[in-house]
Write a protein that binds this ligand. Structure first.
Ligand SMILES: Nc1ncnc2c1ncn2[C@@H]1O[C@H](COP(=O)(O)OP(=O)(O)OP(=O)(O)O)[C@@H](O)[C@H]1O
Ligand SMILES: [Mg+2]
Length: 367
């Protein structure tokens, strides 16, 4: 597999986005965010953990079914796969699926990310280097520049590269044919994509949060790769706190493994996992310090909302994009937060989880 420009930074951007910004964050939560090995080793370890075949990709049954049919049909016709857009919150397996897709099709995959295609010549060069059947994976595709996007339109639709030579009145447009290829785009913000770009994808698929039993399987698989002994109930405990997200499940497993190595010999069971994750301030619902702070700020300072996104950002010291893309999707999924036209609202379940009395019960207590 030819990877021409994978992410430059070994620490995934979304991991960085949830880096703490406040200096008053409790000291215990820090090790969760520190890289445990050198960047190079980390890359290798990441690659070993990442599934490379359809069969190892756990969960996302609907997505796998759709793609399996599309792959089989394309192969039978001897054609390339339709352009595919994958969207969903960070860490659910978009990049992993794109790489698996290429290997299942038996083709090369060129990996890049929209911010690396800033100048028109970056994307022209990349398109020019494609061979028949190649998969071109563009991560964070919602961040493409307008110019790059306009080059992509005919390149996606008609497999044609329109380039302008010269400037001003003497400028000429030349059209070059491109080989048939498959563009796979990934984004955490499908709403930020322009509709002409979105409409040029034949397949648009959403990745969903994982069920606990799927995350347990992911933890057990990763533990095996890392040669760590984890019992079924130990894996379930980690899965329960992983916010429906494989990347977080794997990260928590590594933290628990460290804890077990230092504090307890032998297999990681449910008690050791719970003890370790309490220490790292990951509660039984998977909420971390920032989640709890967001909810408690809403409840204590704004009577549970509605609170505007900007206000939330100012009150918690997080940026709006991180709140929207990293924190809110899971809080909404577990029913702790609602988005309303007037702002964010903490639900009764959030009040109870944090030990507050929900507002409707406060009223009945006054009667
Ligand atoms: N279905 C799965 N089965 C097993 N492991 C998975 C699965 N999906 C993801 N993972 C693991 O989770 C990690 C994160 O996945 P990936 O990098 O594909 O997420 P992503 O959706 O591309 O995230 P981002 O939006 O941050 O780019 C992978 O390294 C892989 O080990
Ligand atoms: Mg990715």
């Amino acid at each position: 597999m030819a990877i021409i420009s994978s992410k430059q930074d070994p620490i995934e951007p979304n991991d960085r986005r949830i880096e703490p910004k406040r200096s008053d964050r409790p000291a215990q939560s820090e090790p969760l965010l520190k890289p445990e090995v050198t960047p190079d080793e980390q890359d290798k370890q990441e690659d070993r953990i990442r599934p490379h075949r359809f069969a190892d990709y756990i969960g996302q049954k609907d997505l796998k079914q759709v793609l399996d049919i599309a792959i089989q049909a394309a192969k039978a016709r001897g054609e390339t796969l339709d352009h595919l857009l994958l969207y969903g919150p960070p860490g659910l397996g978009k990049t992993t699926m794109a790489l698996i897709l290429a290997s299942e099709m038996g083709v090369n995959c060129k990996v890049t990310s929209a911010p690396a295609l800033e100048r028109p010549r970056d994307i022209v060069g990349l398109l020019n280097s494609l061979k028949v059947g190649d998969v071109l994976f563009i991560d964070e595709i919602h961040r493409l520049s307008k110019m790059a996007e306009e080059i992509l339109y005919p390149a996606m639709e008609d497999f044609r590269l329109d380039i302008t030579l010269g400037k001003g009145q003497s400028a000429k447009t030349r059209s070059l044919p491109l080989p048939k290829y498959t563009l796979v785009g990934a984004t955490t913000r499908v709403g930020a994509l322009s509709s002409p770009l979105r409409d040029r994808f034949g397949l648009i698929q959403q990745l969903r949060f994982y069920a606990q039993d799927e995350l347990s399987q992911i933890v057990l698989r990763t533990a095996q790769i890392l040669q760590t002994d984890v019992s079924e109930d130990g894996a379930a405990e980690i899965a329960r706190r992983a916010r429906g997200t494989p990347r977080i499940a794997n990260r928590l497993l590594k933290r628990v493994r460290d804890y077990a190595q230092v504090k307890a010999a032998g297999t990681i069971n449910r008690y050791i996992a719970a003890e370790a994750l309490e220490l790292f301030q990951v509660d039984p619902c998977g909420l971390d310090w920032t989640d709890r702070r967001m909810l408690s700020v809403m409840i204590e300072n704004f009577n549970g909302g509605p609170v505007g996104l900007e206000t939330m950002a100012a009150a918690t010291g997080e940026d709006t994009q991180t709140i929207e893309e990293v924190y809110e999707p899971y809080l909404m999924q577990i029913g702790y937060l609602n988005r309303t036209p007037r702002g964010r609202v903490a639900t009764a379940a959030a009040y109870k989880h944090l030990g507050f009395t929900p507002p409707n019960q406060q009223l009945s207590l006054l009667k």
